[in-house]
Design a binder for this molecule. Sequence first.
Ligand code: TRP
Ligand code: SF4
Length: 337
Amino acid sequence: MPARVLSGMRSTGKLHLGHYHGVLANWLRLQEEYECFFFVADWHALTTDYAEPGKIRENAVEMTIDWLSVGIDPRKATVFRQSFVKAHAELFVLLSMITPLSWLERNPTYKEQLQEIRDKDLHTFGFLGYPVLQTADIIIYRAEKVPVGIDQAPHLELSREIARRFNHFYGEVFPEPQTILTSQPRVLGTDGRKMSKSYNNAIFLSDPPDAVERKMLHMMTDTARKRRSDPGNPDVCPLFITFHLLYSDEPTIQWVREGCTGALIGCTECKRSVIPRVLAMLEPVRKRRAEFEKDPGGVEAILEEGSMKAREAAEATMAEARKAIGLETSRGARPGR
Ligand code: TRP
Ligand code: SF4
């Protein structure tokens, strides 16, 4: 049996190239090798967006279309929606009984986000408990491997501690999930900062080719290079760091390095040499998207079917977790439906 891999993404809107290179490219590799579960973390989206839940369903479908368009394949991976598998919430309750408050309060991600996100009130029980729900998401599938970026590493550490504590009190039910630290190339946005929807600097997977081209032509370059006759430095140029390094072949990269440092090429020419490669990567994505967009019901059906499979796997673990604690399943309740 291949190892079980699980990962999720908060559904907060459409995905961009940062998500592609940082997360989805890894998922595409993993789905070929492992038994993968990928899910739309719509409850986790609620921890920050509880005051405006209007777009939950739309965002869930939108994000699933992004995944499917890049090649996440529901025949290979189980693709589902968190809120369709109620057992996550049941396990969350059980785990919340044994999770010391101090573990949650000292979580660096928590402290950071309270500082950073100012436009929403995040002093809620749900937001503090974010990593507990995340732990339930993971261990309910007995996932051995969880691919995440470095920013999620503290959460995963907590998940291991919580799983260990459960096993300590009630017996070995959950394996401790291992983090797979996925490679996270630097994907910079058009203004040179990290690509992010909230910075308004993103190139989206759903952008049409002319928008991609326009954004790239406007993208920041080495700011010290004011005129074409000024030599530039590719190593500080956002366009180079993100696009040439990720999309160009070696000879082109060499050509840019020499042309830029020697002031032999202009930035527009340099950009034009990589734009076609970005468009070529996005072309099949665009084609697949067009198919899925014609049939949003089909996408919802994929989530339904994936959630059914997920429920089965989750229920099997929950039966053991309940038994370990001494909780029975009432015959009247049909858990997980
Ligand atoms: N916290 C993750 C993020 O913000 C999303 C997530 C929720 C997740 N549950 C998970 C990731 C379980 C991995 C495993 O991206
Ligand atoms: Fe960047 Fe290319 Fe311009 Fe150099 S020539 S600053 S690498 S865009």
